[in-house]
Design a protein around this ligand. Structure first.
Ligand code: NG1
Ligand code: MG
Length: 505
């Protein structure tokens, strides 16, 4: 079972590829001493992520393809021998210091207020619940986050993951990377968003030079996939629309609604396929599209092992796309709650419970099951094909493989925009502008409805591309943006390393 790597904070920063951050570590240590009067026991680093392809399908149990990035969250920690949790942030103006109590406040997270310390409490609560403990150490904590908040690069997961790592160590518990990713994903839901597990897995398991093909079912498995070395070298560029998507406010009509739509979709698809009474479909709660797909083939005695993995994925996902059309094609305008319940011979209240809507209420007149299911299975197909090109890539036809990767990203954006409806005007505009400026593929990344986009750019076009986006987007909509703020809005990124400990020897 893979464990989180540990480095010496004062010397191994150099060997762990974080040399250019040495000054930041040093400043964090100094501010910690100034705040709490002693050096931290250790520092944890957890990165944000950019999702290259595979949007809104982690919570469907379908595979995604993100990578960890350089922007990160550092958490410096010291056990203080009391029941106090003293939380401070280097950006104290934006994130004011808090003094909380362990365990009282850890088990009393108020998801109705959007409060930065909630993410710390989530991580702590995740640990205590996982370890079966009802209390833990009091801590002095100083946080330094570089991942833009609300930008689709998982600032939240970086903080939850860093917290979870910190509190497990401070409490003498050691979890494997898989356990950490699983616990962090569940813990983040205490802030009221019914999220999947992509962000936390990428933050914990990121690998330098590789994206991660993450599968969630039947078990969490993250397979590093090296990005291909093509004749024309390429990079990914992240560009933030600076539209802050406040998921907590919009969750009932955006994120949490999509989770409900895909889960009800899974229940109805199982019924359509005649497998609703198989134990996995009847008892697994909540049911996901991935489980329905697996059960459908298992019911036919097809365990898929005869064919190559990629071929199996493609064959199955294409079959599901056909089934989706038959199951929902007659309802292009969606279903009311009553219609969904009636189609499942149940009541709206029982259906709501079956999809775990409880703490994550959704609000809509019509639930677009056809479109959400089409997106989920077609997006998973794009993920599998993207991985396949990466693994075959760099060969003689590498310029065509680069074009094929870009095309998959463009198709993903079109599906997010038109079918899943998680884009926004600014993201659409930025992606269109990017393509005119030489991008081979452009799409939103993360939950959408604002936040960041990601673009596949040939190395020799990087400077021209960034200049064109600055001129065509930022100088038009954010003329006051300059210097480091502008550099934080649009930057070249590469797959980076996952979370780690930095201790003092
Ligand atoms: P953001 O909002 O970008 O952190 C969210 C979810 C993911 C995934 C993506 C969409 C959280 C913490 N993360 O990411 O699980 O569903 O949207 O692919 O809510
Ligand atoms: Mg987030």
């Amino acid at each position: 079972m893979a464990e989180v790597p540990s480095y010496d904070a004062l010397s191994d920063i150099y060997s762990s590829g974080l040399l250019k951050h040495a000054a930041r570590f040093q400043a964090l240590i100094e501010e910690f001493i100034a705040t709490y009067g002693a050096r931290p026991d250790f520092i944890v680093r957890a990165p944000g992520r950019v999702n290259i392809i595979g949007e809104h399908i982690d919570y469907c149990g379908l595979p995604v393809f993100p990578m960890a990035i350089a922007p990160d969250t550092l958490v410096a920690v010291r056990a203080n021998g009391t029941d106090r949790l003293r939380l401070a942030n280097v950006d104290g103006a934006k994130y004011p210091a808090r003094e909380l109590c362990c365990p009282r406040d850890v088990f009393a997270i108020d998801s109705t207020v959007h409060e930065w310390s909630n993410y710390f409490l989530c991580g702590y609560r995740g640990l205590l619940e996982h370890a079966g403990r009802n209390s833990g150490e009091g801590l002095d904590v100083l946080v330094d986050g570089m991942v833009p908040a609300g930008g689709g690069l998982s600032s939240s997961a970086a903080l939850v993951c860093a917290t979870l790592l910190a509190v497990q160590r401070a409490n003498g518990v050691e979890l494997s990377q898989t356990e950490l990713a699983t616990v962090a994903a569940a813990a983040e839901r205490y802030v009221g968003v019914n999220s999947g597990g992509m962000d936390q897995t990428a933050s914990i398991m990121g690998r330098t030079g590789s994206a991660l093909f993450i599968e969630f079912h039947p078990a969490l498995v993250a397979t590093p996939v090296a990005l291909p070395k093509t004749d024309t070298p390429f990079v990914f560029i992240v560009a933030n629309t600076l539209v802050v998507a406040d998921k907590h406010v919009t969750a009932p009509v955006c994120y949490n609604l999509r989770v409900v739509e895909t889960r009800v979709g899974a229940l109805l698809l199982a019924r359509h396929l005649g497998i609703a009474d198989r134990p996995a479909c009847r008892d697994v709660d909540p049911l996901t599209f991935k489980i329905v797909m697996d059960e459908y083939f298992a019911a036919q005695g097809d365990d898929g092992s005869a064919a190559g993995e990629v071929q199996t994925w493609i064959r199955r996902l294409e079959a599901m796309l056909g089934a989706v059309q038959l199951a929902f094609g007659a309802h292009p305008c969606g279903y009311t709650r009553e219609e969904m319940a009636a189609a499942l011979d149940t009541t709206p209240a029982a259906l709501s419970a079956r999809v775990h809507e409880g703490q994550f209420p959704a609000r809509a007149e019509r639930f677009k099951l056809l479109q959400r299911a089409q997106h989920a299975f077609s997006e998973a197909l794009r993920v599998v094909r993207f991985r396949q090109i990466c693994e075959d890539g760099g060969g003689s036809s590498s310029s065509s493989s680069l074009a094929a990767l870009g095309k998959l990203m463009d198709e993903s954006q079109a599906s997010c925009r038109d079918v899943f409806e998680c884009s926004c005007a600014e993201l659409d505009e930025l992606c269109a502008l990017a393509r005119r400026a030489g991008s081979l593929g452009s799409r939103l990344t993360g939950a959408g409805w604002g936040g960041c986009s990601v673009h596949l750019i040939p190395q020799d076009k990087v400077a021209g591309f960034i200049a064109a986006i600055k001129e065509g987007f930022y100088s038009v909509y954010f003329p006051e943006l300059a210097g480091s703020k502008l550099d934080e809005a649009i930057f070249v990124t590469a797959p980076g390393t996952g979370a780690a400990f930095y201790t003092f020897s």
